[in-house]
Design a protein around this ligand. Structure first.
Ligand code: ZN
Length: 520
C-alpha cells in the first residue's frame, strides 16, 4: 500500500510508522502501514489460544513442565550487555536484582527453541484439534488450515529474542555481529528481566489466567508494550547514524519475517502480533498520566481485558461477564482449564464480525460490547461453543443482537439462541465447509483498530481528557472518508477540508455527549 507522506520512523513491534496531522485537534498521531512483524515472547501457544477461544493452555503446561527449572545466574553482566542494562534500569526506574545470562544461538538452534517439536504437538493433539475446531466454528480459519504448523511458522518467523522467566535467561536469534539491532533487542528483553525480578512474570500470568474479567493476552499487551516503550527510548538515545542503521537492519528482519509468513492466514499473525501492536498505545497513555509508577500499577493491578486493544484508556474497565450460557440436551461440556477459557473477549468478537460482515459494523459492535462469557461443548462428535455477550447500554445490546443475527447467517452452523438480557448464540465446527476469511479483511480490521487506538493515545498525551479522546476518535473513525484514508494509508497527512470539518464536528458532538457514536 502507498506510504503516508509524513516523516517516517521504524518502531519495534509496530513496524514502519508515519506521522499524521490533525489540525483541528491540534495534534499529530502515528500512522501504521507496515505489517507488524516482530514478536519477542516465550513460546506462545498459550497466547494465541487463550484469546482464540480456549483450551490449549494445556500445551503451555506441558512445555513448562518439560523446561529446566534451574535458576542460576552469573555474578556479573557480560561486558557487552552491561552498559545496555544500566541504561534500561535508568529508563525503567527499576534496578536489577542480579545479572542474567544472555545466550546467542545460531538461527536453527534458536528456531528449535521457539517452536514445538512433533512429539510436543502429538502429545497435545487433542487440544490442538479442539482449538482448530473452535476457530473454524468462530469463522476465523478454513478447513485447509493446519493451526499447529501455522503457529510454529509464525513463532519461528516473528521471534528474534526472548526472555525465559523459568530459566531466567535471555535467548537471542543469531550469533553474528553485535549490531545496534541486537542492542535494541536486548533493551527490550532486559525490560522483561526487570519486570520479572520486580513483579514475577509467571505469577502475573497465572493471575491473568485465573481472572474472571481480564485476559491473559491483554496482560501480555501490557508486558510487551512496556518493553517496547523502553526499547524505543533506548533507540532514541543512539546517534543519528546508528538509528538509520537500525531502521535498515530492522526493515530487513521484518521483510524476512513477512516472506516467511505470507502463506499463513492473516488471523494467526494478527493474534500473534496483537500485544505488540496494541500494547504500546496503552502503555503510552499510562506513561503520560503517571510515568513508570502508573505502568507498574497496571502490571500488578487487576488484569485488563482485550478492550484495551480498542480503547487504550480502558485499563481498569474490565467488566463482570454474564453467566456462562446453559447447555441443552445432548450437549456435553468440555472442561475449561482456566477462568480465561470461560470468557468471550472483545477482540475475538471484533475479528469474527469483521471477517464476515462489514468492518464499520464490526467496530461499532466491538464498541458496544461490555463483557462476554462462553462454554465449549461437544454434540456427538462435533465441537461447538455458545457465548453470551452484553452491551454497555440496552441500545448497545440491541445493536450486538442485530450484528450477531447478521453474523450467524454467514457461517454454516450457527444460530442466535436468545436476545433477552444477554445476546446468546452458538456456532459449531463446519469442518470441511469452513472458509478462511480474506487476509485483506483481517489486515484492514487490525489496521483500523490500531490507528484509532493510536489516535486516542496521541490525544491523551496532548492532555485531552480520556473520555473525550475516546469519543472523538470513535466518531471520527466512523466517517467513511477518514476510515478509507486510514485503510488506504495516503490521505491523512494533508487532511482534506472535509476531514478537518468532521474533526471539529466530532469534538463538538463529544463535548456535548461523551457517548456520541455509540448506538442509542
Ligand atoms: Zn517482549
Amino acid at each position: 500500500m502507498p506510504k503516508p507522506t509524513g516523516p517516517i520512523t521504524f518502531e519495534y513491534g509496530v513496524g514502519t510508522v508515519g506521522h499524521q496531522h490533525c489540525e483541528a485537534c491540534g495534534t499529530r498521531w502515528r500512522y501504521v502501514w507496515h505489517k507488524p512483524s516482530r514478536g519477542a515472547g516465550a513460546r506462545s501457544w498459550a497466547t494465541i489460544v487463550v484469546v482464540v477461544l480456549l483450551i490449549i493452555a494445556v500445551i503451555g503446561a506441558v512445555v513448562l513442565w518439560q523446561r529446566s527449572r534451574a535458576d542460576s545466574h552469573p555474578a556479573a553482566w557480560d561486558p557487552k550487555v552491561a552498559p545496555i542494562a544500566a541504561e534500561v534500569a535508568a529508563l525503567r526506574g527499576l534496578s536489577f536484582e542480579h545479572p542474567v545470562t544472555v545466550n546467542y544461538l545460531p538461527v536453527a538452534a534458536f528456531n528449535k527453541k521457539v517452536t514445538s517439536t512433533p512429539e510436543e504437538l502429538k502429545k497435545a493433539s487433542v487440544e490442538i484439534s479442539q482449538a482448530t475446531a473452535l476457530m473454524r466454528a468462530a469463522g476465523l480459519i478454513g478447513a485447509e488450515v493446519n493451526l499447529a504448523d501455522a503457529v510454529n511458522t509464525a513463532q519461528a518467523a516473528d521471534t528474534i529474542a526472548f526472555y525465559d522467566p523459568d530459566s531466567k535467561q535471555i535467548f537471542v536469534r543469531g550469533a553474528g555481529p553485535f549490531t545496534v539491532e541486537t542492542r535494541v533487542t536486548l533493551a527490550h528483553e532486559l525490560t522483561h528481566v526487570l519486570q520479572d525480578q520486580h513483579f514475577d512474570l509467571p505469577k502475573l500470568q497465572k493471575r491473568a489466567a485465573d481472572s474472571d474479567t481480564g485476559s491473559s493476552d491483554a496482560l501480555t499487551a501490557l508486558v510487551e508494550g512496556d518493553a517496547t516503550r523502553v526499547e524505543q527510548q533506548y533507540l532514541s538515545r543512539q546517534s543519528a547514524a546508528e538509528q538509520r542503521n537500525y531502521v535498515k537492519l530492522s526493515l530487513a528482519t521484518a521483510g524476512d519475517a513477512n516472506k516467511a509468513t505470507t502463506a499463513l492466514p492473516a488471523i494467526v499473525d494478527t493474534y500473534f502480533n496483537a500485544p505488540y501492536v496494541y500494547g504500546p498505545q496503552v502503555i503510552g497513555v499510562l506513561e503520560a498520566r503517571g510515568g513508570n509508577a502508573a505502568v507498574n500499577a497496571a502490571l500488578t493491578g487487576a488484569t485488563p481485558s482485550t478492550r484495551i486493544y480498542l480503547d487504550p484508556t480502558a485499563v481498569n474497565d474490565a467488566a463482570q461477564p454474564p453467566p456462562v450460557p446453559a447447555l441443552k440436551t445432548g450437549e456435553e461440556k468440555v472442561e475449561s482449564t482456566s477462568k480465561n477459557d470461560d470468557e468471550f473477549d472483545n477482540f475475538t468478537l471484533y475479528l469474527m464480525l469483521a471477517s464476515r460482515i462489514d468492518l464499520p459494523s464490526a467496530l461499532r459492535a466491538a464498541d458496544s460490547y461490555k463483557a462476554g462469557s462462553e462454554v465449549v461443548y461437544t454434540r456427538g462428535t462435533n465441537t461447538c461453543f455458545r457465548a453470551a455477550i452484553t452491551g454497555v447500554s440496552p441500545a448497545a445490546t440491541a445493536y450486538l443482537a442485530s450484528a450477531m443475527q447478521r453474523w450467524v447467517r454467514t457461517v454454516p452452523a450457527a444460530k442466535v439462541d436468545s436476545t433477552k438480557g444477554a445476546v446468546v448464540f452458538h456456532s459449531c465446527d463446519p469442518r470441511r465447509t469452513a472458509v478462511t476469511p480474506d487476509n485483506t479483511t483481517i489486515v484492514n480490521a487490525t489496521r483500523l483498530a490500531a490507528n484509532r487506538e493510536a489516535l486516542v493515545a496521541t490525544l491523551v498525551k496532548q492532555h485531552v481528557p480520556s473520555r473525550l479522546a475516546v469519543c472523538v476518535s470513535r466518531v471520527l473513525t466512523q466517517q467513511p472518508d477518514v476510515r478509507n484514508a486510514i485503510l488506504a494509508g495516503d490521505a491523512l497527512a494533508t487532511p482534506s477540508p472535509q476531514i478537518l470539518s468532521e474533526t471539529a464536528t466530532a469534538g463538538t458532538a463529544c463535548r456535548a455527549n461523551p457517548l456520541a457514536g455509540l448506538p442509542r
